[in-house]
Design a protein around this ligand. Sequence first.
Ligand code: T3D
Length: 263
Amino acid sequence: MAYETILFDKKDGVAAITLNRPSQLNAFTAKMHEELRAALGEIAKDAEIRAVLLTGAGRGFCAGQDLQEVKPSDVEAGRDLAQRLDRNYNRLIRTLRGLEKPVLAAVNGVAAGAGANLALACDIVLAARSASFIQAFARIGLLPDSGGSYFLPRKIGEARAAALFMLGDSVSAEQAEAWGMIWKCVDDGALAGDAQALATRLAAAPTKSLGLIKRLLNASAANGLDQQLDLERDLQRIAGSSEDYREGVAAFREKRKPAFKGR
Ligand code: T3D
């Protein structure tokens, strides 16, 4: 399917989505949400796709909601922000978290507002050294959405999250790595290659178990130890009956590289 606001490419088990409105730093429009939903729907249905790589075209990753498309006057006209969150952002974040395939964000430049929180909802985040993360909401009189108030305090602690939410200060990629907000920061020139290599590596991994790991992590924030132990038991039962587990153990015993199929 051809898209207007995103680029979508499938190769070697990796689906690469590039947000593609570079002159607006890839800010979200309703059309972009619609197209992202369609692309993620394709990814969910296609068993050949075993990992997802999300990045931005041009010098930004994503500047959050397109502020030209929506205005405070929309609210006065009865089109409130809650409806848009339900229709677009909340669906996107739920879809990404519920997708039982690893999702890697390659943050190539500024990630602001819902763009920053989109990155935080991905499983692994690589960022270019020149990239930055801005909880821009309070700068325009809003509050963090798109799961930011869930993910950020869990990743970096409440003291830092509260200051970032309230001050809207920019966090460099190096700082984000040091705080545990992201997995790794790499030199700008290395980002695209490193991200592609990592996505290809993920796609060749036992992706059935990576999907189950994602389910475990989603549940762990709300569960106590007893519930989490039960869930590990239940999901390990599923992983233990996978072809990939049989292959992993066979390859270990035969001293060869495993060939996982994601089944
Ligand atoms: O409304 C709802 O549905 C609720 C949901 C809200 C979710 C949210 O994401 S709220 C937060 C919205 N985002 C922002 O407030 C960020 C706005 N952008 C900025 O603060 C700055 O652009 C950045 C800090 C991200 C980057 O600054 P800088 O100096 O590197 O770039 P710039 O010059 O500001 O932007 C470059 C162009 O992108 C510029 O266009 P121009 O003047 O060259 O034609 C700018 O207008 C455009 N742009 C940047 N961000 C947005 C945008 N256009 C529309 N919407 C944007 N969010």
